[in-house]
Ligand binder design. Structure first.
Ligand code: PLP
Length: 415
C-alpha cells in the first residue's frame, strides 16, 4: 500500500500500435520498416497531405477565418456534407437522420456507445472477433454493464470471412442488443461481406430487432470509390429506414453511423468525424437527438473547427471534390499495387505457403496469417514492425523495401 490510491494503480501497457510506433522511432537500423501504424504513406513511405486538403488549407488561410466556438452539434454545413458523402444527396435530406460532429471516428464510437448504454440499454453488444481493438476499450469504458459478445468474423483456415459463424452468433441477439459492423475495409482482416451476405446479415438483424452501429473509418479506401464503399450503409437505410420500409416488418430498433475523416482525407491529427443517428421512418428523432447532444456537451462541449472547415471546403466545391476523389483513388491504387508487389515477390522467391489472400484482402491492412512468434522475429531480427496478430499496414511498403520484407517473411516462415 502506498498511502494513496494513485500509487496503488498498476502500470498498464501502452496500446499496441502506439507502442510499436514509439519502438520504431527509436530503432536506429537503416533497414527498419514500419508496417504497424494504420496511416497512409506515399511511395517514399512519407506522410502525404492530400492535394485537395492542401488547396483547401490555402483557401482558408486567405479567408482569415475566426476561431469562435461551434454549436454543440458542430458545423451544420459540414454535417450536411458529411451526411451526403455517406448516404448520398437524396437520402441525406431525410428527416430521420440527424448528425453531430465528433472528435474523429473514435469520438463518434464513444458517443455512440455512451448513447446506447444510457438510452438503448442493450444486454449485449456484438463486436467482431477480431476488430479494431479500441472497440473493446470504448464499450468497456462507456458501457461497463453491457456484455461484449464477440461474433466470429474470420476463418483462419480458409482465410476468408466466417459468414456462417457470424450469422449464427447474431441469431442469439435479443431486442435492442447492439451490433457493431464495419461497412468496408474491415480492420484488421481486410475481408468484407459480399452484397448478398450483407442482405442476409440485415435480415437477421431485423428479425432479432437489433440496434445497428456502423463504424465507417475507410470510405473510399476499400475500392477507391466512396459510393461503392458506402453500399452496405445505404442498403440498410433503404430497406429499414426509408418511407418504403414502413411496410416491412420487423425493423431494427434504429441505427447509428460513425464516420471518420482521418484516413480518407488524411486528417489524422485534426480529429474530425461525425455521428449520424437514424430512426425508423415513422419515429421522431427529435427527443433522441437532444439526448445525443446532451452527451456530446458533457464529452466535448463543442467540436473542433479546423478539420470541419477543410472537409466542408472540399465537399462544397466541385473542383476540389473531384481532386479529392482522385486523391482517394491514388491511395487505394497504391495500396493495391503494393499488395500485388508483396505477393509477387513472396511467390517469386518461393516462400512456403499460399499468399493469394494478400491480394484478396482490401483496405489499409493485410491480415497476413503470420504467428505472434514470427511477428516478434521480424521485429527483433529484421527491424520490421507490425501488430502481434499479424496485421500489416500496407502503405509502409514501397519498391525499395518490398524485397527485403518478403525475404524476411520467407526466413521466419521457413526457419
Ligand atoms: N474505427 C476503425 C475501424 C478504425 O480502424 C479506426 C482507426 O484506426 C477508427 C475507428 C478511429 O479512427 P479515428 O482516427 O478517426 O479516431
Amino acid at each position: 500500500m502506498s498511502g494513496s490510491i494513485l500509487g496503488d494503480l498498476p502500470v498498464l501497457p501502452l496500446a499496441e500500435s502506439f507502442a510499436l510506433t514509439a519502438a520504431y522511432k527509436t530503432d536506429s537500423s537503416p533497414n527498419k520498416v514500419n508496417l504497424g501504424q494504420g496511416v497512409y504513406r506515399d511511395k517514399w513511405c512519407q506522410p502525404w497531405v492530400l492535394p485537395s486538403v492542401r488547396a483547401a488549407e490555402e483557401l482558408l488561410h486567405k479567408e482569415r477565418v475566426n476561431h469562435e466556438y461551434l454549436a454543440i452539434q458542430g458545423d451544420e454545413s459540414f454535417n450536411q456534407k458529411a451526411r451526403e458523402l455517406l448516404f448520398d444527396s437524396r437520402i441525406s435530406q431525410q428527416k430521420n437522420i440527424r448528425t453531430v460532429q465528433t472528435i474523429a471516428g473514435t469520438g463518434a464510437n464513444y458517443l455512440a456507445a455512451s448513447f446506447c448504454a444510457r438510452h438503448i440499454r442493450p444486454k449485449k453488444v456484438f463486436i467482431s472477433n477480431p476488430t479494431w481493438d479500441n472497440h473493446y476499450e470504448i464499450w468497456k469504458t462507456a458501457g461497463p454493464e453491457i456484455t461484449q459478445q464477440l461474433y466470429p468474423y474470420y476463418n483462419s483456415n480458409e482465410r476468408c470471412l466466417d459468414f456462417g459463424g457470424m450469422v449464427k452468433e447474431l441469431e442469439k441477439g435479443e431486442e435492442n442488443d447492439v451490433v457493431v459492423l464495419h461497412p468496408c475495409a474491415h480492420n484488421p482482416t481486410g475481408h468484407d461481406p459480399t452484397r448478398d451476405q450483407w442482405k442476409s446479415i440485415a435480415e437477421v438483424i431485423a428479425r432479432r430487432r437489433l440496434f445497428v452501429v456502423f463504424d465507417s473509418a475507410y470510405q473510399g479506401f476499400a475500392s477507391g470509390d466512396p459510393d461503392a464503399d458506402a453500399w452496405a450503409i445505404r442498403h440498410f437505410y433503404s430497406i429499414f429506414f426509408s418511407d418504403v420500409s414502413v411496410s416491412q416488418k420487423p425493423l431494427p430498433a434504429g441505427m447509428i453511423v460513425c464516420q471518420s475523416f482521418s484516413k480518407n482525407f488524411g486528417l489524422y491529427g485534426e480529429r474530425i468525424g461525425a455521428l449520424h443517428l437514424v430512426s425508423p421512418p415513422s419515429v421522431s428523432t427529435q427527443g433522441a437527438f437532444t439526448h445525443l447532444t446532451q452527451l456530446a456537451r458533457a464529452q466535448i462541449s463543442c467540436p473542433s473547427l479546423f478539420g470541419a472547415r477543410i472537409v466542408n471546403t472540399i465537399l462544397s466545391d466541385n473542383s476540389l471534390r473531384q481532386t479529392w476523389e482522385q486523391d482517394v483513388k491514388t491511395m487505394a491504387l497504391r495500396i493495391r499495387d503494393v499488395r500485388s508487389a508483396l505477393r509477387s515477390e513472396l511467390e517469386r522467391i518461393e516462400t512456403k505457403g499460399d499468399w493469394s489472400h494478400i491480394e484478396r484482402q482490401i483496405g489499409m491492412f493485410s491480415y497476413t496469417g503470420l504467428s505472434r512468434q514470427q511477428v516478434e522475429m521480424l521485429k527483433n531480427q529484421y527491424h520490421i514492425y507490425m501488430l502481434g496478430n499479424g496485421r500489416m499496414s500496407m502503405s509502409g511498403l514501397n519498391e525499395e523495401n518490398v524485397a527485403y520484407v518478403a525475404q524476411a517473411i520467407k526466413d521466419v516462415v521457413e526457419c
